[in-house]
Design a protein around this ligand. Sequence first.
Ligand SMILES: C[S@@+](CC[C@H](N)C(=O)[O-])C[C@H]1O[C@@H](n2cnc3c(N)ncnc32)[C@H](O)[C@@H]1O
Length: 403
Amino acid sequence: MVNFSANGTADGQTWLRRAVAADAAGDVVTAERAFLQALSCDGGLVDARFGLGVTYFRSARYGDAAAELQAVVSAGAADGTTYVLLGKSLYLIGRFSASVEAFELALRAMPLEGDSRRCHARARTYASFIAGKIDEALTNYPALAGIEAEPINIVIRDGFGLLSAYGHRDAAASLGELLLAANPDDAVQRHLNDAVAGRPISGVPPAYVEAHFDAFADGFDDKLVNVLGYRVPERLATLVRRHHASFVHALDLGCGTGLAGEYLEPVVDKLSGVDLSARMLEQAARRKIYDTLTHAEALAYLAKHPATFDLIFAADTLIYFGKLDALMAAVAQAMTAGGLFAASIENAMNDFEILPSGRFAHAEAYVTRLAEPHFELLKREATDIRLEANVPAKGTLLVWRRR
Ligand SMILES: C[S@@+](CC[C@H](N)C(=O)[O-])C[C@H]1O[C@@H](n2cnc3c(N)ncnc32)[C@H](O)[C@@H]1O
């Protein structure tokens, strides 16, 4: 029980103690609330600011963590640990030069070891890549990372992903060329290079989809659900179930590992899944929920199943199609009249845009315009799709009825 008194500082200390106890017990929600209460009682409590920074860091809210830790620095109360955590937070939001500065201040107080040294070395290397000094950065990396040095191809590959995600397209494009030169048959890298360079692309090559998801299948569920906060299958299924209680034959289009299966199973008599990635389908099969799972390209599969499904469910699948005309028409012809089509999109300003991630975002107006001849829109709902570069990618869930 926290007692408020006329003395704001005393109350702040009480909240601070409660926050520290909650933090020690691993109760992040209570800790955050109590740290905030402590600061609302006494904004000068740097221990509460530091604690809040740590709590945000643990909750993967790296931008918020950096702001709190920066406030500790501004209050003149930062020690080596504060600078290390600040350096890591800034790295994780793509502010590599600022991260280097924080790590260098930490180095005045303590040596950097383990993942702190690795993070500092990477931050310096990526800051140099952004400055166009790629050869120099690659030469300097081993000495900088010392015994923590990682294989250079991993540093480059991760650098490509991070620099793309944080909008440093020129630097990412240069790294992408290095990676492709080392492995010219790499369909995944070729597509990502095209995306980063902004080359006109109207669809994701099937070879990319297959290679990317075959490689990703084992860790897909953990990464998407636990790391990136992906909840689209559950949210989209909830919207569908609000409009119709049961279905005769549903198709999970681009079913992947079958994350949607458990949400669809209670309302469908028969559930089919189709996907281009055999490894993703293997994961889906393990769930023992789907009646049929087919390894095929979506358009080809739909063409072979006219007037078959009364639910077509496409969670995070349209992002692998740029132009949607053919897909919309193929979905429509594969459905029975009155059936539902449910899909998620990532939001864009233009009709469709290739993102540095290699996926497509679409304008809702574009998607609804293409759907209009075949479908009546029943529901749209804004949502966060997943974390992208540690911030939520904004998207929309859509449910239509086949006319
Ligand atoms: C981001 S995953 C989403 C998987 C699943 N729907 C979910 O929500 O977890 C996209 C899936 O679509 C599949 N995919 C992409 N393009 C495809 C296509 N043209 N035909 C069939 N499957 C495709 C991929 O192989 C991948 O498994």
